[in-house]
Design a protein around this ligand. Structure first.
Ligand SMILES: [Zn+2]
Length: 378
């Protein structure tokens, strides 16, 4: 007979497999995890009785009996994502499969002050209550924060955006009544981009600032000082434009959204949609700016590919608009990459809505997934 820990581990192996795969038959689950059929059957029964997995149709087999398929129940548990930006906070309630059940955005300019955190806690409580969801089904909450986070010390090491250094995450823990993890924003976005066929890739987040994250075998690479994947500060032009980080010539200085949109003096600020509208109308100035942008992005992607030999996903606000431009970008990369037969490894992100909040919720689900076995579902 298996000891309790071994059984628990096997239960979690099946849960994790089914979260990241398409619905599977008993035989497939057993084969994939190297379990004997009796063990696999026992685990599947146990998970069904706990309300974690359920039948999800039948296999389209070729003749003979059709085999039942199993998947994680969409209502088995939920994660909460909390995105913090300069001016706004966004909440998302997300299922283990990544479906957004409830979403809210409100103005709450960030201040590292008790009142700000207390208000966040109150708004979150109202959000959860308004969703009608049983709170006991929430596995945990993930906070997407624009900064470098030391998850072991539970500290924001620094945030250029908010001009913070060495800030403890105590206040988040005090006012958010769920198991909590605070994560760098680009890392969250990278989480939102995992899919069933891809478990290792570089995510480049093209926003007001440029960030990145490295997903390797469904785990984020942290690095020695929690900055792995920070591609925004790779130098494209030595002695080039000054970057907000203090260095010269960083990719961020050439690829942030501010490079694309017009400064209208005191007038209303141009949006990224305005820019892509002008580009569509073949406004010569927009075309010229975009050509330069794609050339710089091609150099960055090509350099990253050379080091990592992995797929590259372009995300953030610009990445979400990149689908029509991937071919153009790939053609610009071809002369820079003489090692690949085809430049077919760059794509635009698939998650285009609520990217950071969804990613934060999914990271919380991953981080606290063991709680799924023991949630009170009665
Ligand atoms: Zn920089």
């Amino acid at each position: 007979m298996k000891n309790k820990t071994g059984n628990h581990q096997n239960l979690m192996r099946v849960v994790r497999l089914l979260r990241h795969a398409r619905p599977m038959t008993r035989q497939e689950i057993a084969a994939d995890l190297g379990l004997s059929m009796p063990t696999a059957l026992g685990i599947i029964e146990d998970l069904i009785s706990r309300g974690v997995i359920e039948e999800a149709g039948e296999n389209a087999s070729t003749g003979g009996r059709r085999a039942k398929l199993f998947a994680v129940r969409e209502e088995a548990a939920f994660g909460i994502g909390i995105q913090i930006t300069r001016q706004h906070v966004r909440f998302a309630l997300v299922s283990p499969g990544g479906e957004v059940k409830e979403y809210e955005r409100f103005r709450h300019p960030f201040r590292d002050e008790t009142l700000w955190y207390r208000t966040l806690g109150e708004r979150l409580a109202a959000f959860v209550e308004g969703s009608g969801l049983d709170e006991r089904l929430i596995l945990g909450a993930g906070v997407s924060f624009p900064g470098i986070i030391d998850q072991e010390a539970d500290v924001i090491l620094h945030s250029h955006v908010f001009d913070l250094r060495h800030v403890s995450l105590d206040r988040f823990h005090r006012y958010i009544p769920f198991p909590l993890i605070v994560i760098n924003d680009a890392n969250c976005a990278c989480f939102a981009e995992q899919d069933k066929d891809r478990d290792s890739f570089l995510y480049i987040s093209l926003n007001e600032s440029v960030g990145g994250a490295l997903m390797i075998g469904r785990s984020l690479l942290a690095g020695n000082s929690w900055t792995a994947g920070e591609v925004g500060h790779v130098i494209l032009y030595p002695q080039g434009k000054v970057c907000y980080c203090g260095k010269k010539g960083c990719a961020d200085a050439y690829l942030n959204t501010g490079v694309l949109i017009h400064e209208n003096g005191d007038g209303p600020e141009e949006t990224l949609e305005d820019f892509f509208g002008r580009l569509k109308d073949k406004d010569w100035e927009a075309v010229e700016i975009w050509n330069r942008y794609l050339d710089d992005l091609a150099v960055l992607c090509s350099n990253m590919r050379m080091i990592l030999d992995m797929d590259i996903v372009l995300g953030g606000d610009v990445g979400a608009c990149m689908d029509p431009w991937i071919e153009d970008l790939s053609m610009r990369m071809e002369p820079l990459d003489l090692f690949s037969r085809d430049v077919d490894y760059v794509s635009a992100c698939q998650c285009k809505k609520h990217i950071f909040a969804v990613g934060a919720a999914l990271s919380a689900i991953d981080h606290f997934d063991e709680r799924i076995l023991n949630l009170d579902r009665n």
